[in-house]
Design a protein around this ligand. Structure first.
Ligand code: FAD
Ligand code: NAI
Length: 508
């Protein structure tokens, strides 16, 4: 298009210098302008790869495709890039978890270390302000990466017009074409049909990251990852927190042992739990929210608070995408259906991240983004979903990779288990973080590590070593014979591996 404008400009200059009549020049100019306008509206820019959605799945896919020499467009409906993770998910929640952790340590732990800071006060407005800064810096980083990789960014709602054309409804309406299109539109919070989310007192995680006052009593419906992470933030800041969970355990994606350990730790900071309890009604009465529920004995449970956080999972998001126009199928759960190569039923349209099957995690979305870009490039990448780690950023942190003990037993695997309590480590006693345990499951005959579950200080970072070990199909003995720096929390991994291989733990 730039070239056509240049030709038009040079041509006009030459004509003006010629001896042709003004009338002729005028009508010629007008016709050319119309021709360009018609051209602009009928001939759309065509890209090798068009990515819809700029979360960790979408923006990573765009970068990898650009690295591979593709002409790439990224469409995002909001002004801010980075999706749920950067704007209302991973990054802001971790910023608040860190701030509230510092506050809690100042109130409850500093004195023990001989530090007297008087009577610390939590300034939630300041914490939220800091969180916003962290988010903005991170989002700016993505903007920079888009420019660096020469990716064309369009802001506006992307929707299919046909299997190769995407309309972008932003400040102006535009249309672009993609030889390949990647759907990376993410997810939104789920809700129960009888709950009216007023986003003021009955809220989702998005609003919980923007509260301006510390709640007196926060009721959390759903004891999954969001419930325990954001419940921890406000419990540390002094809120009473009540978690109402439908199942008989919190964080059900982990072994029951991890759930129990985490509950024990969270109870110490004042979180109360109602397990096996089914919420039947949520009503707002002025500044009060009333929850009615039923426990497993059928007895009624009534809780009153000033904030109710609904965190019962998330649903894939394809609203406004007009999948039908492209002939792309979604299943009854709303997930875009994909094969092992992340292709939809239209082979040039791919889908990745929260909008497809599998765990809703940023790093899973990123792996899929890279995989799709490389498939489009003709490569043969592969993801081992069993080795995507899972982390909960409470304190202590919880982390896992591979299969849990319960899943392995259910599958009839013969396993041996090595466990090591964090409290037996010198490092834990030095910092005062003595809660937790590392558990390694290995094949009873071959000793190959099949899964790791851990709860303890820095478990989020510690899990990485076991991911590497499993990627290389290490045995528990391999891990037990590696030197681990002393004193570190990671010594618990070595000790658990020693325990798994003939009860050789040295410090237990
Ligand atoms: P998203 O990040 O949801 O991005 C999708 C993007 O697509 C959005 O920006 C959306 O605006 C855009 N979009 C949607 N439809 C259109 C359209 N039609 N046109 C244009 N744009 C569109 N995961 C972790 O791994 N670690 C964590 O610590 C963690 N913490 C979390 C904390 C919270 C509170 C929440 C809610 C989630 C957390 N997650 C975490 C999950 C993580 O945020 C998601 O798994 C991840 O963001 C999914 O990435 P995605 O690219 O698939 O989609
Ligand atoms: P979740 O799936 O982790 O937990 C939802 C919980 O709600 C489950 O324990 C479930 O049993 C319970 N539940 C469902 N219906 C219920 C009902 N009617 N009454 C009471 N309890 C009910 O979902 P959550 O916490 O909303 O998080 C959504 C997703 O976001 C997670 O699946 C996770 O993938 C991602 N996430 C990841 C984080 C991380 O990696 N650290 C942090 C936060 C979110």
């Amino acid at each position: 298009m730039k070239l056509i404008r240049l030709v038009f400009f040079v041509g006009t200059c030459l004509l003006l210098r010629s001896n042709l009549s003004k009338k002729f020049l005028y009508s010629f100019g007008l016709s050319c302008t119309f021709a360009i306008l018609i051209f602009q509206f009928t001939v759309m820019t065509e890209y090798d790869v068009v990515v819809i959605g700029s979360g960790p799945g979408g923006y990573v896919c765009a970068i990898r495709a650009a690295q591979l020499g593709k002409k790439v467009a990224l469409i995002e409906k909001y002004n801010s890039l980075g999706g749920t993770c950067l704007n209302v998910g991973c990054i802001p929640s971790k910023a608040l978890l860190d701030s509230s952790h510092h506050f809690h340590s100042a109130v409850h732990e500093f004195a023990d270390h001989g530090i007297n800071v008087g009577d610390p006060k939590a300034d939630l407005k300041k914490m939220i302000e800091r969180k916003r800064k962290v988010v903005n810096q991170t989002v700016d980083g993505i903007k920079f990466l888009m420019g660096k990789n020469k990716i064309d960014v369009y802001h506006g709602l992307g929707s299919f017009e046909d299997a190769h054309t995407v309309k972008i409804a932003g400040e102006k309406e535009e249309r672009i074409k993609g030889k390949n299109i990647v759907i990376a539109t993410g997810s939104k919070p789920s809700n129960l049909p009888f709950i009216s989310l007023d986003k003021e007192r009955v809220i989702t995680s998005t609003e919980a990251l923007e509260l301006q006052e510390i709640p007196k009593h926060m009721i959390v419906i759903g004891g999954g990852v969001i419930g325990v992470e954001l419940g921890s933030v406000y419990a540390r800041l002094g809120s009473k927190v009540s978690v109402v969970e439908y199942l008989d355990r919190i964080i059900p994606a982990f072994d029951k042992e991890m759930s129990k350990e985490l509950m024990r730790s969270l109870k110490k900071i004042g979180v109360e739990f109602h397990l096996s309890t089914k919420v039947t009604a949520v009503e707002r009465d002025g500044d009060i929210v009333k929850i009615t529920a039923e426990d497993k004995k059928g007895e009624s449970v009534n809780i009153e608070g000033d904030i109710c956080l609904v965190s019962i999972g998330r649903r894939p998001y394809t609203d406004g995408l007009n999948l039908e126009a492209a002939g792309v199928k979604a299943n009854e759960r709303g997930q875009v259906e994909v094969n092992d190569h992340l292709q939809t039923n239209q082979s040039h349209i791919y889908a990745i991240g929260d909008v497809v099957r599998g765990t809703m995690l940023a790093h899973k979305a990123e792996e899929e983004g890279v995989m799709v870009a490389e498939i489009i490039d003709g490569q043969k990448p592969h993801i081992d979903y069993n080795l995507i780690p899972n982390v909960v950023y409470t304190w202590p942190e919880v982390a896992s990779v591979g299969k849990g003990e319960e899943a392995l037993r259910e599958a009839g695997r013969e396993i041996k288990i090595g466990s090591f309590p964090m409290r037996a480590l010198g490092r834990s006693r030095a910092s005062g973080d003595i809660d937790g345990v590392v558990k390694i499951m290995a094949d009873a005959k071959t000793d190959e590590i099949l899964g790791v579950q851990m709860i303890g200080a820095r478990a989020a970072d510690m899990i990485a070593e076991t991911v590497v070990a499993m990627e290389f199909r290490a045995s528990a003995e391999d891990l037990s014979r590696m030197s681990h720096a002393h004193p570190t929390y990671t010594e618990a991994v070595k000790e658990a591996a020693l325990a798994a291989t003939g009860n050789r733990a040295l410090h237990m």
